[in-house]
Design a binder for this molecule. Structure first.
Ligand code: OAD
Length: 242
């Protein structure tokens, strides 16, 4: 891929670099995306599995689906795109990462400065006392009761119809406002708030680079659209940062 000298200069001179990632960055790790031909929402109905109403109606069914996903993700590993972003964090102290992914692969690749705006599938939250726990799949299979108050625990992920965590969202907005260079990687733009973050960054003067195998709901904000697989292009892009 030919990256122009102007773009390489931007990499050098931009401050407050931000990456916003979606399910596409984990596709090459073998984690299913949500939309597209093989997407999870083609096989499952979101409203039966990923809403508070679904959980009240049938917590066992919802837990079965999350346990299945947790087990699946546990067998997968970060790919070169995750590792390259972790390397960028080591190279540039003004780099931050916002992810919509709940798979924890960014953390497993070594990234630390991450805002997981949709939560993490490997963490649970008590529906009563709100305590958070790291998930242990084998224990969860026997009981989904809170060790503290015995109420039922739920996956600590954002479901359809729920509000974003205010603190996480405020931090994400502030990063978007300050960012001079934004990478949007592997997201369809079907969910409104993450697209808003890209709009905010763009309106505040960020140069926006999108990496996706297909155009998306973010493409209207992209100054540069790289139609490439994340795992193939991100390591090269990151190699130009010093
Ligand atoms: P989607 O499944 O909606 O979109 C995945 C995107 O990744 C698509 O635009 C693909 O073209 C792109 N893609 C696939 N493989 C790729 C690759 N190898 N390299 C680059 N791009 C690739 O996933 P998200 O946009 O993350 O929310 O979905 C957003 C949210 O919708 C999720 O966080 C989840 C879901 O409902 C909640 O659960 C709250």
């Amino acid at each position: 891929m030919q990256i122009s000298p102007e773009i390489k200069d931007r990499f050098k001179n931009s401050k407050n670099i931000l990456a916003l990632t979606g399910a596409g960055i984990s596709a090459e790790s073998g984690v299913p995306t949500f939309r597209g031909k093989e997407g999870l929402w083609k096989q499952y109905r979101a409203e039966e599995l990923a809403t508070p109403q679904a959980f009240s109606r049938d917590p066992k069914l919802v837990w079965e689906w999350y346990l299945w996903r947790m087990e699946l993700i546990s067998t997968k590993s970060p790919n070169p795109a995750h590792f390259a972003l972790a390397e960028l964090e080591r190279k540039r102290s003004d780099f931050h990462l916002i992810t919509q992914n709940v798979d924890g692969l960014h953390k497993r690749s070594g990234s630390e400065k991450i805002i997981e705006i949709h939560g993490n599938i490997f963490r649970n939250r008590c529906t009563n006392c709100n305590r958070k726990y790291d998930s242990d799949v084998s224990k969860l299979k026997n009981s989904t009761g809170c060790p503290n108050c015995k109420s039922i625990v739920r996956p600590d992920v954002l479901w359809f119809g729920e509000s974003y965590d205010t603190d996480l969202l405020n931090r994400a907005v502030s990063l978007a406002e300050r960012s001079e260079l934004l990478f949007v990687i592997g997201s369809s733009g079907a969910v409104g708030i993450p697209v808003e973050l890209a709009r905010i960054a763009k309106e505040n003067g960020a140069f926006v680079i999108e990496i996706n195998i297909d155009p998306s709901g973010y493409s209207k904000y992209a100054d540069l659209f790289l139609q490439e697989k994340a795992g193939e292009i991100i390591p090269e892009l990151i190699s130009y940062f010093v």
